[in-house]
Write a protein that binds this ligand. Structure first.
Ligand code: FAD
Length: 231
């Protein structure tokens, strides 16, 4: 796969340690909904990041959590989140098989933290087709202060009131307004599996494994479950 030079053009702080980063790819790039790019970082190696969106002008948008070294991080996310606007990077891609299925089925998307990114990309592509299927997002974080993209979810709800639904959940804070104290796995019940035929999971491996076990116990077949583990 060809190595591409990309330049950081914009950096937006979404929470204390999550950043929305815009890069100029210098050309129009094709992607399939749910794919990622891989940065080749000097002295660190390859680090993959799901694509939130690619704009018509060749801007690629990512959302990256900064893992500091006391939190097991080996420096990849620090190099990207601490970069200055106009810094250049090398990357390959888009690539990946965590793709949105073009099927007439209701779909549930369960993600934690930056695991939201490919799910958001799936959802905006799916909704833009204006078909009848339901797109249900369940977005979980530990604390209220870790939530992001609330305005974007509300806008999607206003734009697609009959096809887009979302739940926000926190696992370690008290419930507040529409935000429930839940684990994303709590969404999966006998009642919900009657409503959704496909499940898209993304985030930390433990969350994905928890959802897979729960879905299995509810008799959802493996062919209906798609996932990307962030490792
Ligand atoms: C296909 C793919 C897509 C990815 N997309 C994104 C993305 O859109 N945004 C993003 O922030 N990260 C994403 N990641 C994770 C990313 O590649 C790096 O692992 C992360 O930035 C940490 O790199 P590091 O060098 O700082 O630390 P590392 O030493 O590589 O990782 C530190 C620790 O954090 C764990 N970890 C890393 N990312 C996460 C996460 N998001 N949730 C829970 N645990 C995690 C790792 O397993 C490891 O234990 C993705 C990973 C893969 C495989």
């Amino acid at each position: 796969m060809a190595l591409t030079e990309i330049q950081l053009t914009k950096k937006i702080s979404l929470t204390k340690d999550v950043f929305e980063l815009h890069y100029d790819m210098g050309k129009q790039v094709q992607m399939l909904p749910g794919q990622f790019i891989t940065f080749i970082l000097p002295e660190i190696g390859g680090r993959s990041y799901s694509i939130l969106e690619i704009l018509d002008n060749g801007t690629i948008i990512l959302i990256i959590k900064r893992w500091d070294t006391q939190n097991n991080g080996r420096g990849g996310s620090i190099a990207l989140c601490d970069a200055e606007v106009w810094d250049n990077f090398k990357c390959v891609g888009p690539a990946g098989h965590f793709l949105l299925k073009d099927t007439p089925y209701n779909k549930a998307f369960l993600g934690t933290g930056t695991g939201l990114v490919p799910l958001y990309n799936h959802i905006i592509h799916g909704l833009a087709k204006k078909t009848w299927e339901k797109y249900q997002l369940v977005f979980g974080v530990r604390y209220m202060q870790d939530l992001f993209y609330l305005e974007q979810f509300q806008k999607l709800k206003e734009q697609y009131p009959d096809t887009f639904y979302y739940h926000l959940v926190v696992s370690r804070d008290e419930a507040q307004g529409m935000i429930q104290k839940w684990y994303v796995t709590d969404f999966l019940t006998e009642n919900t599996v009657k409503q959704y035929q496909e499940y898209y999971l993304c985030g930390a491996p433990a969350m994905i494994e928890g959802c897979q076990e729960k879905l299995k116990s509810l008799w959802v077949s493996e062919e209906q479950v798609f996932f990307e583990k962030y490792t």
